[in-house]
Design a protein around this ligand. Structure first.
Ligand code: UD1
Length: 420
């Protein structure tokens, strides 16, 4: 199993090109199942979760061509299977996003029930309930969600989501595009990835109003066509490199990104003492050699501070001047990085979903274990600032969501390499 070996201490400096957004690419790849023609997607990041999604689409019968420059062409006309099997779903919870499109397009679908994961139980009741309101008969048996639509076509429905759910909104949005009549999704997630999916669906011919708001109104159409669509930049990858720059007291410019997608993160970085400049598709962060100041953070649905940046800010606070509180409100068990950071010398007290982080002058390198995607990123950042060597184990978590992470950090002057 691969590990990352990092020798800390270098201030990061230079430019880094940001990849396409994983969490937008996945639902958009699944949305191709809805189309009646070839869909060509560009700026798809080269990541394990994308490979899993492509494998799943292939398993369902789609014809897939991988081109240069991260172009993926999906021809869904040959889809003849409706089961997303356990061996693929277990490696990626987002496989649940196959359910809405399958049920909407083919009147039936089966997706293995995703299990719990390191950051909490992560149920899918909202996905199931919404599809039931649209007329699907759903049973959960033998570990599978099995959905069937009597008559073959979903009906429009009024859906009030109990909790703001990103993939829940995406699944129901995709299902509603081909339903008979109008669907209203209230308390919808407003995350940029939902917006990107909606824009792709609109380009395919879907009728969606309220994009980017918490009320989506979808008028079902008979068919969706093929399209050529470019996936938006990854705001979380962008934020991760900016935090790494701040923590190492460096100066980094992220290119091929979009500053409007991460306002809440940029505000916190400025509060931490960073000088932040932005252009249409770039963000420059300069610490001017200074130690960051501790910043309080509370995670919440977009446009508030993203839970996917919480672990990275925990590291920032761990080496900052002062103390700060981090409150996690989205997932019940998302502080798995804290015990690992403590082993590197961080001073963090945990009380349920609150962490009190008291900044220390420096961390010390250690062997640490990645537990989930964003937690692993935080351990890499900690390694970049720590004295001595840090060995991050189980980095398959990182490879699920960060493209060529060691190459990108190396180009910024970090001493990091992959070891077997
Ligand atoms: C997505 C992102 C993930 C991010 C998260 C929150 C993808 C592939 N993943 O995950 O990176 O951390 O949004 O921004 O886009 N919930 C229920 N019932 C449901 C669904 C969710 O109770 O049916 C709860 C969850 O347990 C959680 C909260 O809703 O407490 C938000 O989860 P959700 O937005 O659904 O997360 P994901 O879509 O899985």
């Amino acid at each position: 199993m691969d590990k990352l070996l990092i020798t800390g201490g270098q201030a990061l400096s230079g430019n880094v090109a940001i990849s396409g957004a994983k969490n937008a690419a996945l639902p958009i790849l699944f949305s191709t199942l809805l189309a009646d023609d070839i869909v060509t997607l560009t700026n798809i990041p080269h990541l394990n979760d994308v490979t899993t999604t492509i494998a799943l689409l292939g398993r369902l019968g789609a014809d897939i061509t991988l081109g240069d420059n991260m172009t993926v062409e999906v021809d869904p006309r040959s889809v003849n299977e409706h089961v997303a099997p356990y061996e693929l779903v277990r490696t990626m919870r987002a496989s649940i996003l196959a359910l809405g499109p399958l049920v909407a397009k083919h009147g039936k679908g089966q997706v293995s029930l995703p299990g719990g994961c390191a950051i909490g139980a992560r149920p899918v009741n909202l996905h199931i309930h919404g599809l039931e309101l649209m007329g699907a008969d759903i049973v959960v048996e033998h570990g599978y969600i099995k959905a069937d639509v009597p008559g073959g076509r979903l009906k429009g429905a009024h859906i009030l989501m109990d909790t703001v759910s990103v993939t829940g909104t995406e699944n129901l949005l995709m299902a509603a595009t081909l339903a008979d009549g109008r669907t209203v999704i209230e308390n919808a997630a407003r995350e940029p990835e939902v917006v990107d999916l909606a824009n792709c669906l609109i380009a395919m011919g879907a009728k969606i109003q309220g994009v980017g708001t918490s009320k989506l109104v979808i008028d079902g159409v008979e068919r969706l066509s093929g399209v050529n669509y470019r996936v938006q930049p990854d705001r979380i990858e962008t934020g991760t490199f900016l935090v790494a720059a701040a923590v190492t007291r460096g100066s980094v410019t992220c290119t091929h990104t979009d500053p409007s997608l991460l306002e809440a993160v940029l505000v916190k970085l400025e509060e931490a003492g960073a000088v932040v400049e932005t252009g249409e598709d770039w963000i420059k962060l300069d610490m001017q050699g200074c130690r960051p100041k501790a910043v309080d953070v509370t995670t919440a649905p977009y446009p508030a501070f993203p839970t996917d940046m919480q672990a990275q800010f925990t590291v920032l606070n761990a080496v900052a001047q002062g103390a700060a509180r981090i409150k996690e409100t989205i997932f019940e068990n998302r502080f798995m990085h804290v015990p690992e950071l403590s082993r590197m010398g961080a001073d963090i007290s945990l009380d349920g979903n609150n962490a009190l982080v008291r900044g220390v002058e420096t961390l010390s390198g250690a062997e640490v274990m990645a537990t989930d995607l964003r937690a692993s990123a935080s351990l890499v950042i900690a390694g970049l600032v720590a004295g001595g060597e840090t060995l991050v184990d189980r980095i398959y978590h990182i490879d699920r969501g960060y493209e060529c992470i060691e190459d990108k950090f190396s180009m910024l002057g970090a001493n990091i390499r992959r070891v077997k």
